[in-house]
Design a protein around this ligand. Structure first.
Ligand code: PMP
Length: 302
């Protein structure tokens, strides 16, 4: 993620990644009380462009409000820091990770009065392969929205993601598909989920999931292509009738699904709505018109 040349932003300054430090007594480390974003920059015909940067920083600001973590930067300031960080590190195709955490040593469980901003970026190329992902329904549910603000990107939620993902891999699958507290299909550990049936797309509604920025972009793209999209609750059994499925997220873009447990999709991926939208999404984020792409390989990050 970094070399001895890498600069990161930490508390108002660009400093060497190797010099950036935080306290082992930070409550963010002990309790996961921190918020973050996962953002991507692309080398486009119009220069380096960060896709949906405003949406990402508005979500970061929301995550701070939802967790009572003060945020000392405006969306515009965060945007400016991001572009400076990319320029200073000579990055175009990159992943950007802002983290807002509680810097002060504190072991009591109370909201911090101040926060620190750490922002790092690293090279994130275009990964394309024909490998589809094999999902399994996880025995773990997504966190209960009545216990935590599930639409906020809170560090502590990712213990659930890591545990579920690891459990799926231990059983020989590529990734987990988690249900919500009511037993409906919710999302992957770091991506939203769509399935296809009879020319339409279905995805879990807001409420029990992280409302992905990629998810919203895919819904807009689908509707612009006259593909109906239904945001509704569905059980894992419904998926036995699905003709295709895919995951969406900033890091991996659109990832086709080969199978869910023992239900294998028989429609060739190239013929699915997901493949069509993967191409359209790739062209959109790279600001290419009419670009022809295949789907990106499974490259995971939250
Ligand atoms: N759900 C979860 C749990 C995630 O971690 C992510 C990645 N941020 C997503 C969905 C997809 O969100 P986005 O499209 O905004 O990256």
């Amino acid at each position: 993620y970094f070399t001895n040349q890498t600069l990161v932003f930490h508390d108002g300054q660009f400093i060497s990644a190797e010099q950036a430090q935080c306290s082992l007594y930070s409550p963010s480390l002990h309790y996961g009380h921190a918020v973050f974003e996962g953002i991507r920059a692309y080398d486009t015909a119009n220069g380096t462009r960060v896709f949906k940067i405003k949406e990402h920083y508005e979500r970061l600001a929301y995550s701070c409000r939802a967790t009572s973590i003060p945020l000392a930067y405006s969306v515009q300031e965060l945007t400016d820091i991001t572009y400076q960080l990319l320029e200073k590190n000579n990055l175009s195709n990159a992943y950007v990770r802002p983290l807002v955490y509680a810097p002060d040593p504190m072991m009591s469980i109370k909201a911090p009065t101040a926060s620190s901003l750490f922002m790092a970026a690293w090279e994130w190329g275009n990964y394309f392969s024909n490998q589809l992902t094999r999902l399994t329904i996880s025995p773990y549910q997504r966190p209960n929205p009545k216990s935590v603000p599930i639409e906020a990107k809170v560090s502590s939620h990712y213990a659930n993601s890591i545990i579920a993902s690891h459990e799926a891999k231990q059983r020989g699958y590529d990734e987990a598909l988690l249900l919500d507290i009511n037993g409906y299909v919710a999302e992957g550990p770091g991506a939203n989920f769509f399935y296809e049936w009879d020319g339409a797309l279905y995805t879990a509604p807001a409420g029990n999931i992280l409302q992905g920025i990629t998810r919203n972009t895919i819904i807009d793209l689908a509707r612009s292509l006259d593909i109906p999209v239904f945001e509704e609750f569905f059980t894992p059994e419904t998926l036995h009738h699905a003709t295709g499925a895919f995951l969406t997220g900033t890091a991996a873009e659109v990832v086709g699904v080969a199978s869910i447990d023992d239900h294998v999709f028989t429609t060739p991926y190239e013929e699915t709505i997901g493949a069509k939208l993967a191409t359209a999404y790739s062209a959109l984020v790279r600001e290419e018109v009419g670009a022809r792409r295949t789907r990106p390989a499974v490259e995971q990050s939250a």
